[in-house]
Design a protein around this ligand. Sequence first.
Ligand code: S3P
Length: 163
Amino acid sequence: MKSIYLVGFMGSGKTSIATYLQSRLEWPVQDTDQMIEEHYQMNIPSIFKEKGEETFREYETNILHMTKQEKTIVATGGGIIEKEMNRKWLQTNGTVVFLQTSWEEIERRLMDDVSRPIWNNKSRDKQRLLEERLPKYLEVADYVIYTDGKSVEEIASEIISKI
Ligand code: S3P
């Protein structure tokens, strides 16, 4: 079976759902953000600060190609769908689940977040970014799961019933 790639905006719950799915499916988890940090020996805020977003996106593409394409749950970074090359790759190689979360819910969940460079960049309009990315998430998605008001368990069960 192909790996499951979880895509969605920052705060859509990709990491926590991946962890929970791991216990239900008994598949290993990979997290592209974590893999970037390990592979390039730098944390994500430092990559953005010292190398810039474009380099981060290059790293992200390289790491996407290193993910296991069978029986693995892969939590991806929210911007993985920015590059057309990545969208094509995901459509070809994975079962892609888009965790769709409303702007209001994302704002609520990330209210105290200080770890995400794009979220914490005051000059970026994050709501607009979500709107711009929406068609890209939909383009790659085999399945769309609405996450507002649902528990991690409910979302995981929905994913399992669909794949
Ligand atoms: C990003 C999302 C982050 C991380 C990086 C950039 C984005 O991952 O990859 O900060 O462009 O949306 P999460 O979606 O796990 O927060």
